[in-house]
Design a protein around this ligand. Structure first.
Ligand SMILES: Cc1ncc(COP(=O)(O)O)c(C=O)c1O
Length: 377
């Protein structure tokens, strides 16, 4: 009898761009990779210095985060977003992706009678992958109001993401918290772009009260620390305590020197304000460059992506055109769900001179473009 076929990891989305990358590289000056939302700007020097001087290499770090880490994270939430949280009700994660991908598994262990993960139909792919890796159903939703009572009754959790990757939209987090409480479904709010909110102040779901909600934060985008791997989750005391106990058993720990660097990063806002200005300027620059070739896209309400409707709905054609004519590697929207297949996503992460090169290749005189054209906060 042959073995049943088990899980086969699908191709990693960004590996599917190798052809576009090669085409873009043919241009003088090479490819400008705008496909992945990875920071290129430097983290603050004091944060890098803390990595090398913490003396925290020898012993095992606390899985939940050191007292200094938890106090710094809680202090940041209070200072920046006006939310007071007991540091005991937050815990460290190794960047947010491992938490996003691992959470359904741990929630399922706790509640084996439920088997469904709900997530926005156009979204960061790891919400669905986390469900798959836990052997659960991944069920996308267009709006919370559309979720069937059967799916809600089977749900381990519902993900929201505000500001959203890739669309830049802002959610009504109060409505999300209420929906979760009304249906007895934990609401997991991925807020890794909170500092890059362009319309009004950044919002966190824990401002709606902690019951039944968990906010997920990361220093990857805020402080250009994606390579260091530091984030935290915060909210419902019961959920945070359960998750942090499970994660302790699983051996998940943010390295001690990284925790020390995180304390420095959470304590400083100036570098974030500088980074905000960079992204706003770049969003405006690229939106204007695209408009010059008759590709219109809105400047988003948050995050650092342009979510661009492809002419004729053909996202791969637009991605190929941008690679061959502008040397820009961008992501077809299908990476974020079938409902996004008629868009491309452009991450404005590269330095200004590289984005200006893209604009010039599109035939645009950079001096004529409205710098800082993004809408103001
Ligand atoms: C919506 C969203 N959540 C989570 C992550 C993961 O970030 P990290 O694991 O670096 O914290 C990303 C990264 O692009 C993202 O876009």
């Amino acid at each position: 009898m042959s073995e049943p076929i088990g899980f086969q990891p699908p191709p990693y989305p960004y590996d599917r761009l190798d052809d576009l990358r090669s085409a873009a590289d043919e241009l003088p000056g090479g490819a400008v990779d705008l496909s992945i939302g990875t920071p290129y700007d430097p983290p603050p020097p004091a944060v890098v210095a803390a990595l090398g001087s913490s003396d925290a290499e020898r012993g095992y770090p606390a899985s939940v985060g050191s007292p200094a880490f938890r106090a710094a994270a809680a202090g940041w939430l209070e200072r920046r977003f006006g939310v007071t949280l007991d540091p005991a009700h937050l815990a460290a994660c190794v960047g947010s992706k491992e938490l996003v991908a691992g959470l359904p598994h741990w929630l399922r262990l706790r509640t084996p009678g439920r088997d469904t993960v709900l997530y926005p139909q156009i979204s960061y792919p790891s919400y669905a992958m986390g469900a798959t890796l836990a052997g659960c159903r991944a069920v996308p939703y267009a709006a919370l109001a559309d979720i069937s009572s059967d799916d809600a009754g089977r749900a381990l959790c519902v993900w929201v993401n505000s500001p959203a990757n890739p669309t830049g939209e802002l959610d009504d987090l109060g409505a999300a918290a209420s929906w979760g409480r009304a249906h007895g479904v934990p609401v997991l709010s991925d807020e890794c772009y909170i500092e890059f909110t362009w319309q009004g102040p950044g919002r966190t779901i824990v401002a709606e009260g902690a019951e039944g909600v968990v906010a997920v934060h990361s220093l990857s985008k805020r402080s250009n620390l994606a390579g260091a791997r530091a984030g935290f989750y915060a909210g419902d005391p019961d959920l945070v305590s359960y998750l942090s106990e499970v994660r302790k058993h699983a051996g998940l720990m943010v390295p001690g020197p990284v925790q020390a660097a995180a304390v420095a990063a959470f304590g400083d806002d100036r570098h974030v304000d500088e980074q905000r200005e960079r992204y706003r300027r770049r969003l405006g620059l690229l939106a204007a460059a695209l408009a010059a070739i008759d590709v219109e896209c809105p400047v988003p309400d948050g995050a650092f992506y342009l979510w661009v409707p492809a002419p004729g709905g053909d996202a791969w054609a637009l991605a190929r055109r941008l690679a061959t004519e502008a040397g820009a590697v961008v992501s077809p929207g299908e990476f974020y769900g079938p409902a996004g297949a008629d868009h491309v996503r452009i991450a404005v992460v590269q330095p200004d001179d590289r984005l200006e090169l893209v604009a010039r290749r599109l035939g645009v005189t950079v001096g004529d473009l409205p710098h800082g054209a993004a809408s103001s906060a």
